[in-house]
Design a binder for this molecule. Structure first.
Ligand code: PEP
Ligand code: MG
Length: 576
C-alpha cells in the first residue's frame, strides 16, 4: 500500500520520479559571550560573512541564462537587496556590540526580531517575505560556518525523472532545473503564495507544498508520484497506480500539445459567435504569453507588482518606463492598466494603518488613491504619458459607487490639466473604466456605467463582498459560491445595463478562466472574458463546443434558480 503525503497543490500536473531529498541548510547555532577585546574581530567576521554571502549570490545572478524565469531573477535581486539592508547587516552588528554575543547568535536574534514583526502581519505576502529572510539568514549562517550554500546550480547532471523533496527551495537553486528535466517538487513549507509555489508555477513543474515532515517520510531514491492538481504525493506506488498515473500524465501532455494548435485560432462558439478573450497580467512576461495564445489585449494589468518588495512607492519616471515597456510589448494590442489596488491581502507601508481591524473593508483600492491623491496623481501621469506609445485604458479598482468614480475622474482631469499646462507629452482621451467588484457599485450600475467609459466585473471580490465570505479563508470556502443567485443577479444586471448603454463590459475575476462557468457566463450575455494567459487555449476549446444562442434563451431560468445545483440543471438543457 503506497503511503500518501498530503499538502496543497501549488503547481498543476502529474510528476513521477525518484526522490532526491535535500538536507536543510540550517545548523545548530552556537551561542557564547565574548570578551570586550574580541568584539571588534567578531564584527569583522560577521561583515565578512555578509560579503561572502553577497559574493555567492552575485555569482549565481551573473550565471543566470536568458531562458530563466523572470521570477528567479527578481527573487535573487530581492535577496541581494536584503543583504544590503540594515535589518540584516547593522542590527546583528549592534547585538554583537551591545550584548557581547557571537555573530551566529546575533544573527539569530536579528532574525527572530524580524520574524516577530512579520508575525503581526496576517498576510500571505509578508509570510512569503519571511521565507526570503530565512533563506538569506541561512546563507549568511553558512558563510559564518565556512560552509558553501546548498546549491543545485553547480550540479551538471540531468535531473530526468527526479522529484526534489525539500523544506524549501531557494530561487537561486532553481535556475536550470526545468531544463534539466525535473519531474516535480514536494515542499514542506509554504502556501500557494510562497516562493516555491510561485516559482514552480512559472517553471511549469508540478508541485505540492505544505507537506509536513516530507523529508522524514521519503527516502533518497524512492519512487514518488506527485499530483499537483489534487495536492498529494504517493510514496512507492504499486504497479497498477503507476500505470494509471502514467496514463493521466500522458493524457495531460497530449492535451497541452493539442491545445497549442488553438493559439492562432479565433475564439468562437460552436454556432459562430465571436467572443473576445483578454488576458490578466501581473508582470511583463505575462504579456508575451497572452499574445502568443491569441488574446485580443490585456483586460487587467495589476500594477501592484511595481510597488511590492519596497518601502517607497516607485516615482513617476520609473512607472512611466515600466508602463511604456508594457505598451510597446503589446505591439498595438490594447493594454488595460489598473491603478494601484493595494490593501486587504496586499498591504504596503503607504500610509495605511498596519493594525487596520478589518482590512478587506478598509483603506484599499481606489480609497487609498483618493486618500493619498499624490500617490494616485503620480501613477495617473505615468499611465497617461505611457499611453502615447500605444492603445491604453485605465481601470479603477474597488469603486464603491458613483462618488468614488467621479472623484477619481476629477483627479485624472486635474492631472491632465497640469500636464497640458506644463507641456508634458501625454495621450489625450485615455478611456477610464471601473471595476465592478463591490456590491454597492453593481447595484448602482446604471450611474456607474454612465460615468465610466467601460466596466470590468471583478467576481473575486464581488462574490466575497456579496456573500460576506473571505476569499482567502479555507474555513468558509464552501460558502464561496459563484453561482449564488445574488451573485448571478448582480453579474447579469451589470452586463445588461452596460450593453443597453453601449459601453464595453468584461469579466476579469477567476470565474472567467474557469471553464465550469463558461456556459453560464455566455448565457448571461458576456462576450468579453479576461483571464490568466495560461487558461486562454482551454477556454477557446470550451467555447468552440458551446452553442451560444440556446444558452442565451436560458437566462431567465438561471436567474430564478436557487443555487449551484439548479443552475447546473438548467444549463444542461443547452449543453446536454
Ligand atoms: C477581482 O476582484 O475579481 C479582481 C479581478 O481583482 P483582484 O483579484 O486583483 O482583487
Ligand atoms: Mg478585486
Amino acid at each position: 500500500m503506497a503511503l500518501i503525503l498530503s499538502g496543497q497543490g501549488a503547481s498543476r500536473g502529474i510528476g513521477i520520479g525518484r526522490a532526491r531529498v535535500l538536507e536543510s541548510g540550517g545548523v545548530e547555532t552556537p551561542e557564547y559571550t565574548l570578551d570586550p577585546d574580541q568584539i571588534g574581530a567578531e564584527i569583522d567576521r560577521y561583515r565578512a560573512a555578509v560579503a561572502a554571502a553577497r559574493g555567492e549570490l552575485t555569482v549565481v545572478a551573473d550565471r543566470l541564462g536568458p531562458q530563466v524565469a523572470s521570477e528567479v531573477r527578481e527573487f535573487i535581486e530581492t535577496h541581494l537587496m536584503m543583504l544590503e539592508d540594515d535589518a540584516l547587516v547593522e542590527s546583528p552588528v549592534e547585538f554583537i556590540r551591545a550584548r557581547s554575543c557571537n555573530a551566529e547568535w546575533a544573527l539569530k536574534q536579528a532574525r527572530d526580531q524580524l520574524f516577530a514583526a512579520f508575525e503581526q502581519m496576517q498576510d500571505d505576502y509578508f509570510r512569503a517575505r519571511r521565507d526570503d529572510v530565512d533563506q538569506v539568514v541561512k546563507r549568511i549562517a553558512g558563510a559564518l560556518a565556512n560552509r558553501p550554500a546548498r546549491s543545485l546550480f553547480v550540479e551538471e547532471d540531468a535531473l530526468d525523472d527526479t522529484v526534489i523533496v525539500a523544506d524549501d527551495i531557494e530561487p537561486a537553486e532553481l535556475n536550470g532545473l526545468a531544463e534539466r528535466g525535473l519531474a516535480a517538487f514536494v515542499i514542506e513549507t509554504g502556501g500557494s503564495l510562497s516562493h516555491s509555489s510561485i516559482l514552480a508555477r512559472s517553471l511549469g513543474v508540478p508541485c505540492v507544498v505544505g507537506v509536513r515532515g516530507a523529508r522524514q517520510m521519503v527516502h533518497e531514491g524512492q519512487l514518488l508520484i506527485v499530483d499537483g492538481d489534487r495536492g498529494f504525493a504517493l510514496i512507492d506506488p504499486d504497479g497498477e497506480r503507476l500505470t494509471r498515473y502514467r496514463e493521466r500524465q500522458y493524457e495531460q501532455k497530449r492535451r497541452a500539445m493539442q491545445l497549442l494548435r488553438l493559439a492562432d485560432a479565433a475564439a468562437r462558439t460552436a454556432d459562430g459567435d465571436s467572443i473576445r478573450l483578454w488576458a490578466n497580467a501581473e508582470q511583463l512576461k505575462d504579456l508575451d504569453l497572452a499574445l502568443r495564445h491569441g488574446a485580443v489585449g490585456i483586460g487587467l494589468f495589476r500594477t501592484e507588482f511595481l510597488y511590492l518588495h519596497r518601502q517607497q512607492p516607485p516615482d513617476e519616471e520609473e512607472q512611466y518606463q515600466s508602463y511604456s515597456d508594457a505598451v510597446k510589448r503589446m505591439h498595438g494590442h490594447p493594454l488595460t492598466l489598473r491603478t494601484l489596488d493595494i490593501g486587504a491581502d496586499k498591504q504596503l507601508p503607504l500610509g495605511q494603518d498596519p493594525a487596520e481591524p478589518n482590512p478587506a473593508l478598509g483603506l484599499r483600492g481606489i480609497r487609498l488613491s483618493l486618500k493619498f491623491p499624490e500617490l494616485f496623481r503620480t501613477q495617473v501621469r505615468a499611465i497617461l504619458r505611457a499611453a502615447v506609445h500605444g492603445p491604453v485604458t485605465m481601470l479603477l479598482p474597488m469603486l464603491g459607487g458613483p462618488d468614488d468614480a467621479l472623484r477619481a475622474r476629477a483627479l485624472i482631469r486635474e492631472a491632465e490639466g497640469e500636464m497640458r499646462a506644463s507641456g508634458t507629452v501625454f495621450q489625450e482621451g485615455v478611456p477610464v473604466g471601473g471595476m465592478i467588484e463591490v456590491p454597492a457599485a453593481a447595484i448602482a450600475a446604471p450611474r456607474m456605467v454612465e460615468i465610466l467609459d467601460f466596466v470590468s466585473i471583478g467576481t473575486n471580490d464581488l462574490i466575497q463582498y456579496t456573500l460576506a465570505i473571505d476569499r482567502g479563508n479555507q474555513a468558509v470556502a464552501r460558502w464561496y459560491e459563484p453561482l449564488h443567485p445574488a451573485v448571478l443577479r448582480l453579474i447579469s444586471s451589470v452586463i445588461d445595463i452596460a450593453v443597453a448603454m453601449g459601453k464595453p463590459v468584461s469579466l476579469c475575476g477567476e470565474m472567467a478562466g474557469d471553464t465550469r462557468y463558461t456556459a453560464l457566463l455566455l448565457a448571461l450575455g458576456l462576450t468579453d472574458f479576461s483571464l490568466h494567459p495560461r487558461g486562454i487555449l482551454e477556454l477557446k476549446e470550451t467555447l468552440s463546443r458551446l452553442q451560444r444562442k440556446p444558452l442565451l434563451g436560458l437566462k431567465r431560468r438561471i436567474l430564478e434558480a436557487n443555487g449551484t445545483d439548479e443552475v447546473t440543471e438548467v444549463l444542461k438543457l443547452a449543453t446536454g
